[in-house]
Design a protein around this ligand. Structure first.
Ligand SMILES: Cc1cc2nc3c(=O)[nH]c(=O)nc-3n(C[C@H](O)[C@H](O)[C@H](O)COP(=O)(O)OP(=O)(O)OC[C@H]3O[C@@H](n4cnc5c(N)ncnc54)[C@H](O)[C@@H]3O)c2cc1C
Length: 263
C-alpha cells in the first residue's frame, strides 16, 4: 500500500522485496482535501504536502503545520508526498510530526468494517513503527482550532537549507501574555530520539515564567534528560543535543521580546 510513493518506492529500490499486490491510495477522493469541522478541521491522509500548503484553512488556523510543510523536501517531493505517508513512515525526522504533536492531532484509522481514532503520540511507537493493524489504513487527521496560542513556531536544522532531512527540529505553540508571561506552551522536538519528544516537564517548567533567555536556559537540564539523540551520517549525538537547546532559545525570535521583561 502506498500514497505518493516517495518513501516506499525509494525503500523498495534499496531493498527489492516482492511488494505485490501494491495498492495505491493516492487517488481516492475521500482521502484527499481539508474539510472544516465544528471544532477544527479534517485532513484527508492522501492530501499532498503542496495541496495543504496552499490550503487557507491550514495556513490560517494551523500555521505551525504550514511552517513544517514549507521546509519538507523539495517541490517535487511536496507534490507527490502525502501527510498520511509522512505519518505512517514514522520517521523521527518526519517534518509534519512535531507540528502534529503540538496540535494534539487525532488520527482516524479505517478498515473494511471499523473506524477508530487514536492520538498521534500513541500511534507512533518507534522509528518506522506505528500502530496500524493488518487491513487498516490511515484515513485522515483531526485537528482542533485553538486560537489562544499567539506564537506558532517551527524550526528545522539540516545540513543545508533546502532538500535536507532534519538534524533537529522544534515545533512550539505558546500563549504569551502582553507582559511576556508564558501562560500555555506545547513543545515537540524531531530527530533527537527514536520518536518525537514532547516533554511535559519542560512545558510545566516554562509555564508561568517570563519568556526570556534566562527562563529558557533554566529548562535545558530537563531537555537534555528528555532527549536521546544518536550519531548518524547527518550529525553526531553531541551536535544534536546542542542544536536541540539552541532551537529552543530561538523561540525568542518569534516574540517581540524586550530585554527587561520580568525584572
Ligand atoms: C528526495 C527526498 C527528500 C525527502 N525529504 C523529506 C523531508 O525533508 N522531510 C520529510 O519529512 N520527509 C522527506 N522525505 C520523505 C517522504 O517524502 C515523506 O515522508 C512523504 O510525506 C511520504 O509520503 P508518501 O505519500 O510519498 O508515502 P508513501 O511512500 O506512499 O508511503 C510511505 C509509507 O506509509 C504507508 N502509507 C502511506 N499512506 C498511507 C495511508 N493513508 N494509510 C496507511 N499507510 C499508508 C505506506 O504503506 C508506506 O509504508 C523525502 C523523500 C525523498 C525521496
Amino acid at each position: 500500500m502506498y500514497a505518493g510513493g516517495t518513501d516506499l518506492l525509494v525503500r523498495l529500490r534499496k531493498n527489492p522485496v516482492n511488494p505485490f499486490p501494491l495498492v495505491c491510495l493516492g487517488q481516492i477522493k475521500e482521502l484527499k482535501g481539508v474539510r472544516e469541522s465544528p471544532e477544527g478541521a479534517f485532513i484527508g491522509a492522501c492530501s499532498s504536502h503542496a495541496s495543504l500548503l496552499s490550503n487557507p484553512i491550514i495556513r490560517y488556523a494551523f500555521p505551525v503545520l504550514a511552517k513544517g510543510l514549507q521546509v519538507l523536501g523539495s517541490p517535487p517531493i511536496r507534490n507527490m508526498g502525502t501527510i498520511g505517508g509522512n505519518i505512517c513512515t514514522a520517521s523521527p525526522a518526519g517534518d509534519t510530526l512535531p507540528p502534529l504533536y503540538v496540535l494534539d492531532a487525532v488520527l482516524e484509522i479505517r478498515s473494511q468494517n471499523a473506524v477508530r481514532r487514536i492520538a498521534i503520540k500513541d500511534f507512533i511507537v518507534g522509528p518506522g513503527q506505528q500502530r496500524l493493524n493488518k487491513g487498516e489504513i490511515l484515513a485522515g487527521i483531526w485537528l482542533k482550532n485553538d486560537p489562544d496560542f499567539n506564537i506558532h513556531h517551527f524550526e528545522k536544522v539540516g545540513q543545508r537549507n533546502a532538500l535536507a532531512i532534519s538534524v533537529a527540529s522544534l515545533s512550539a505553540l505558546l500563549k504569551v501574555s502582553e507582559s511576556g508571561i508564558i501562560e500555555r506552551v506545547r513543545l515537540a522536538w524531531g530527530s533527537v530520539a527514536p520518536t518525537i519528544v514532547s516533554p511535559t516537564n519542560v512545558e510545566a517548567a516554562l509555564k508561568g515564567h517570563f519568556l526570556s533567555k534566562d527562563t529558557l536556559q533554566k529548562v535545558m537540564p530537563l531537555l537534555r534528560e528528555a532527549i536521546s539523540p544518536i550519531d548518524d551520517i547527518r550529525a553526531t549525538a553531541a551536535y544534536r543535543r546542542t542544536v536541540a537547546g539552541n532551537i529552543l532559545l530561538r523561540l525568542l525570535a518569534s516574540f517581540p521580546y524586550k530585554e527587561g521583561y520580568g525584572t
